[in-house]
Ligand binder design. Sequence first.
Ligand SMILES: Nc1ncnc2c1ncn2[C@@H]1O[C@H](C[S@+](CC[C@H]([NH3+])C(=O)[O-])CC(=O)[O-])[C@@H](O)[C@H]1O
Ligand SMILES: O=C(O)C(=O)Cc1ccccc1
Length: 247
Amino acid sequence: MSKEPDRLFAQPLPQVPDFAFNEDVVRVFPDMIKRSVPGYPTIVENLGVLAAQFAQPNSVLYDLGSSLGAVTQALRRHVRTDGCRVIAVDNSIAMVERCREYLNGQDSMFQELLPVEVIEGDILALQFAPASVVALNFTLQFIAPDERLALLSRIRQSLLPGGALILSEKLRFNDAEEHALLTDLHIAFKRANGYSELEIAQKRSAIENVMKPDSLEEHRERLLAAGFSKVVPWFQCLNFASLIALP
Ligand SMILES: Nc1ncnc2c1ncn2[C@@H]1O[C@H](C[S@+](CC[C@H]([NH3+])C(=O)[O-])CC(=O)[O-])[C@@H](O)[C@H]1O
Ligand SMILES: O=C(O)C(=O)Cc1ccccc1
């Protein structure tokens, strides 16, 4: 994957455009997500470990909003269950092209990886096959809030017994003090990773219209409303968390 550093918001912009997963973002994405999301490498690596516990024979593992395929590759490395295959889906053409290149490269270096198909498409329009693992790793927060319940319900319907949805998201907090503290600590994390005050401010204004985080309580209630029976948080670092939802 590209090692180009993220300097997308380093210069003052007369008007900060809404954030989009375009070519410019794709080029710097691995650096951007690692320096912006506390715990990201831990979440991705352990998603593979978790998935191996839920994978059922002859089923599909979905990586929804796959970006450059980091989660897909963790699934392919850890899951050894017979007859499993991974379907990665993203609606950014730029992401999908680079994702296919990356995964092809991995195929030429390692044997025994699960087969994978990378689909360019909207996860809201996807026809789900019977699935044992569905990963939504920092993707639901970019889906329009009024579409989220229907999407989770369709995922729930596609899940096989013994399977799981793994949902990672940036969190918002209903308690104003808790929200302010964790937001400040996230800014400190970004600063410690070399982002300037200008970069932090411009990125914040770029994402505010396109990325709408929910609280942990909202996630839990919506997952239960979608038909999941149990919601178990397994990771939190500052205002970023990952949940296991069981069918
Ligand atoms: N409706 C949609 N349909 C398909 N894809 C979508 C949609 N909306 C957004 N996306 C895609 O969801 C991804 C979200 S990034 C996921 C990181 C990855 N999971 C990772 O673990 O590296 C999260 C982030 O950058 O914070 C982008 O690639 C979008 O194009
Ligand atoms: O950068 C941030 O503040 C975030 O909340 C995370 C993020 C990471 C990558 C793309 C968009 C948002």
